[in-house]
Design a protein around this ligand. Structure first.
Ligand code: FES
Length: 63
């Protein structure tokens, strides 16, 4: 399912970017370009960010 229609970014692409290291909405924006056009996808993109961070396995060092 597409989150960002302007840039054709799917939910899967966003969660992949989070798993690859994006930890804030700003980082997600800079690595995927999400919500940098009309901004309508921002709430949905933020939700994917939070949900992916929550489900992401934490490294032992970060605990
Ligand atoms: S839908 Fe994502 S910036 Fe427009």
């Amino acid at each position: 399912m597409y989150v960002c229609v302007c840039h054709g970014i799917s939910e899967k692409r966003l969660s992949q970017a989070v798993l690859e290291g994006a930890q804030s909405f700003e980082q997600l924006q800079s690595c995927t370009g999400v919500a940098t056009c009309c901004g309508a996808c921002e709430p949905c993109a933020r939700q994917v960010l939070v949900e992916t961070l929550d489900s992401k396995p934490r490294s032992p060092q970060a605990a």
